[in-house]
Design a protein around this ligand. Structure first.
Ligand SMILES: C[S@@+](CC[C@H](N)C(=O)[O-])C[C@H]1O[C@@H](n2cnc3c(N)ncnc32)[C@H](O)[C@@H]1O
Length: 344
């Protein structure tokens, strides 16, 4: 993963913290080798891989959908947060910081100008009823916002923690929530892939793996097409896993929803692997992610089975897939998305 300078600003400060405080660690931390442990810092991450890697290094780290309920009101002296992409998530963190910080405690946020650092700093200043300072370091910024004495003014976090019936696919009500990829509109690429299911020449799969399942759109479509199949869905994002589990329950899908980093702990092979792989990590585009997902699909696909992938047209899937699968068939290309069947 590329080095994130805005995160480094926070890490430098976290190292010298001496009072109980909270660090909200998200995908910007993914791939960082070793971060010196500071025992006064509690870490919360909505990414399984990040929470797991930090725990293994010795950090007091929890995986949750940014659930701060166990932290008492007015109990912390500092909260550290590298800005994330989604507005509802950022507003949720700022609202929660306003609740858990002591009067005079500080919220530290870092990020770049085009990522909205100045706007969020102003909004946090209003929310925390405090005073903000912002400093520029090359092209990134570090802001500190103090918690004032007056009551907080909550920002619109779109009721971040709430699961809701937020979209429909082929007449099915789908549950999802903020904090995950495309939570309130079905991904066009995934819909294109799902529409191919009926036409694809494959034997009825007994087992299906939905790799990077999100709220489970591909699983839901696969369940319609192959109702007897056992489906395993896996993702590393907490909001996605909560939503997907709810959709499995709601549609009575037989199978498991598993928190994991690109299915690293899964060993069972499946007749069919479905995947719309991620290519962003935070604000950056990460080409290695595509390869990681193709390699995993290859590892977890039965020798006589196949994997169905959808990717953005600019992703060189053909070249990468060649390293793993013997055969590939282009099932469609609408100029924006390419669909592939990969097999041996
Ligand atoms: C393009 S979205 C597709 C989501 C869903 N399959 C759909 O079609 O709507 C990619 C998914 O991969 C997940 N993801 C990203 N990095 C991951 C990782 N290292 N391990 C597991 N899942 C990951 C994201 O959380 C996201 O849900």
């Amino acid at each position: 993963m590329s080095h994130d300078n805005a995160l480094t600003l926070l890490l430098d400060m976290l190292r010298s913290e001496r009072e109980p405080c909270l660090w909200i660690a998200d995908e910007h931390v993914a791939g960082i080798q070793k971060i010196p442990v500071n025992p006064v810092v509690e870490v919360i991450s909505n990414r399984f891989d990040v929470a797991d890697a930090l725990s293994k290094q010795g950090w007091n780290s929890h995986f949750s959908d940014l659930d701060f309920n166990h932290i008492d009101d007015g109990s912390l002296s500092a909260v550290y947060f590298r800005l994330a992409k989604e507005k509802a998530l950022v507003n949720h963190v700022i609202n929660q910081a306003a609740r858990i910080l002591k009067t005079g405690g500080q919220l530290f946020i870092s990020g770049e100008k085009q990522q909205g650092i100045k706007t969020y700093t102003k909004k946090a200043e209003q929310c925390l009823a405090g005073k903000a300072e912002i400093k520029k370091h090359a092209n990134h910024y570090l802001a500190s916002i103090s918690r004032g004495q007056l009551p907080v003014t909550l920002l619109d976090d779109q009721s971040y923690p709430l699961l809701r019936s937020s979209l429909q696919y082929e007449g099915i009500d789908i549950f999802s929530k903020p904090g995950q990829f495309g939570w309130n509109k079905p991904d066009k690429g995934s819909v294109l892939l799902a529409q191919q299911f009926a036409a694809i020449q494959i034997n009825n799969p007994g087992t299906i793996l939905d790799l990077g399942c999100g709220y489970g759109l591909l699983s839901l479509a696969a369940h319609r097409q192959w109702p007897a199949a056992e489906i395993t869905a896996t993702d590393n994002n907490a909001a996605a896993l909560i939503s997907c589990q709810q959709n499995f329950n709601q549609q009575d899908i037989s199978g498991d929803v598993i928190a994991d980093n690109c299915a690293a702990a899964i060993t069972k092979r499946h007749d069919l692997v479905l995947c719309n792989p991620p290519f962003h990590q935070g604000f950056a585009v990460e080409n290695d992610l595509t390869e990681q997902f193709i390699a995993t699909a290859f590892r977890l696909c039965n020798p006589a089975g196949c994997a169905l992938f959808v990717v953005n047209a600019f992703i060189p899937l053909e070249r990468i897939a060649k390293k793993y699968f013997k055969q590939q068939q282009l099932l469609g290309n609408d100029g924006r998305f390419k669909l592939f069947k990969l097999f041996n």
